[in-house]
Design a protein. Sequence first.
Length: 379
Amino acid sequence: MTDARIPIDIPGHPTALVVGDGLLDRATDALRRESVDVTRRRVLLSCDEAVRTTHGARLAAHLAEAGAEVAMVGLAASEPGKAMSAVERIWAAALAHGLDRRDLIVAVGGGLVGDLAGFAAATYLRGVDLVQVPTTLLAMVDASIGGKTGVNLTLPGGGLGKNLAGAFWQPRLTLADTRTLATLPPRELRAGLAECVKHAVLDGEDALVALERDAAALAAAEPDALLRLIPRSAAVKARIVAADPFERSIRATLNLGHTYGHAIETLPEFQLLHGEAVAIGLIAAATAAELVPGFVREPLVDRLRSLLATLKLPTGLPTRSALPNGTLAGEIRRRMGFDKKNEGGGLRLVLPRAVGDVEVLAGVPESAVEAGIRAIVGV
């Protein structure tokens, strides 16, 4: 099967996503076609520990065969570990391997590892080349595209603030080998589908219908359905980030579901994956939208609940919690106050008016914000 190439036309820094089955074994050829030659370059692979001895080792061998000097650093993919200490580990490994400004950092793993390696690449020697090799569905369709990198920070009063320190740093290329998804735990694979739902809502009716049609096959991880989905979904993000590389306008719509999602993702009571938190956040955002006077043209909550259920994704928080519902709701609202999109001390939410029509809205009535929270915690 021919690889799919999705151009990402960032002004002044064009890049691309290449999607294919078995692409890791053809990685050096794919890199060379995109003018990324690894011959006589030092390469540092920043790998998720879960794939370091499998996908990472295989890629390292191919890069070495092509003439690269390869070293590897393993990273634990956890939200508490997504911190400056992990970036410092990558810097230390880069120094130990002798990387200079003509050399290359390669991120191998999910979006969390991609964010860490990307931030390290953006800041080591004030910037070295980066290649993203996502091995999770979420990273393939979303996290590896667009150049956002970052780490979490501890919030005043406790808890983690998602990606509150970081930089924009575009990869030279992103290589997505769909064969790596076969080694992904089913829960991790399904979590990536939440970002695909988000992209379909942003894209329009045709995209959402196509996703609904394939939903059962995607939940079962059928390879043909995934090969249809990944280029289509990734192209939505590619188009938006190319139009707004630094999130000054339309790119903020890619945070649909994320203000609520980020607030619940790091709650230790639930141990949610990012995509699971986004799925729940989509329900909260669609609910809040319906409570903003005169805003919604097409209610989406029921349709999203049905689709997410078919994809075997959560639409609300589990009932178990050490916090009473009222306290839990208050903690979610507190964490939403630290969202990156907020301005002037005020909350800004990304809300759907209809399929294909999503807006960033300031001044959302507090009653609507709280309705979104009640929809996911049942208070």
